[in-house]
Design a protein around this ligand. Structure first.
Ligand code: FPP
Length: 244
């Protein structure tokens, strides 16, 4: 019989892919897919909160997404501002703490302001930490981290001997979070697309054919159940992690 570990994931990260195709399959403009995607965000947040997951990190806009047509970028920014504005009361009610990672300074001012205010308002909540990755990419995070290291060296806070994994982790956008236990990518593609390159070292990967707007709580629960039947060895042997 297959052994299950019933360990709950602390941190789930999601690449929300398939909005555009979902809309196009219905003869709609892509922006309707993003709109429907915000409903799926709500369902994913609720399912994570119910399952007592502590961290949910969503890839909402990559540094590469700036290269999309201006009309789509503008519509996405508008949607993000509106979704945040509408959702804050619900985040408060459900004790969800909002957080953002990425090169936030690249976002339109209205978007930065909305995020800053929602993050401040929810900062004392004690439930799920919902992190939105915006103007984010793993390589860009590395570049920004390297600049922080340079600053520390320049003002003699650290020497070469201080550089270790723990120190470098403290320079990442996700310094305050555990690494993801689970990465889900919807939309049927099997790639990481520059997401959390440092943090995904030992993450369990799940690629689902479902388009993001069709993502439901049951998809999340099924992934968690599959995760619980996987053996995570972190480089050790099976006997070491599951003594028989
Ligand atoms: C990828 O699908 C999705 C995005 C680039 C945007 C995701 C944004 C949302 C779901 C909007 C709301 C977010 C929050 C946090 C409120 P795609 O457009 O690449 O789809 P395709 O691969 O089918 O073209």
């Amino acid at each position: 019989m297959e052994e299950t570990h019933n360990i709950m994931p602390r941190h789930i990260a999601i690449i929300m892919d398939g909005n555009g195709r979902w809309a196009q399959q219905r003869g709609l403009e892509r922006v309707y897919g993003h709109q429907a995607g915000t409903e799926a965000v709500r369902r994913a947040v609720e399912a994570c909160a119910k399952a007592n997951v502590q961290y949910l990190t969503l890839y909402a806009f990559s540094t590469e997404n700036w290269n999309r047509p201006k009309s789509e970028v503008d519509a996405l920014m508008h949607l993000l501002v509106k979704a945040l504005h509408d959702e804050v009361p619900k985040l408060m009610k459900n004790q969800v703490r909002l957080n953002a990672i990425g090169a936030m300074e690249d976002l339109p001012q209205a978007c930065q302001d909305e995020f800053r205010s929602a993050i401040a308002e929810t900062s004392r909540n004690t439930g799920l930490t919902l992190t939105i990755a915006l103007s984010y990419s793993g390589r860009n995070e590395w570049v920004r981290a390297a600049k922080k290291v340079f600053d520390d060296v320049a003002c003699h806070k650290v020497t070469k001997d201080d550089i270790c994994e723990t120190y470098l982790n403290s320079k990442m956008d996700t310094a305050q979070m555990p690494d993801p236990d689970i990465l889900i990518r919807t939309g049927g593609e099997c790639r990481i697309s520059n997401f959390l390159l440092w943090q995904l070292a030992y993450t369990e990967l799940f690629f689902l054919p479902v388009m993001w707007p069709d993502f439901k709580g049951d998809h999340l629960r099924e992934v968690i159940s599959q995760f619980q039947s996987r053996e995570r060895r972190f480089g050790k042997t099976s006997e070491q992690v599951t003594p028989r």
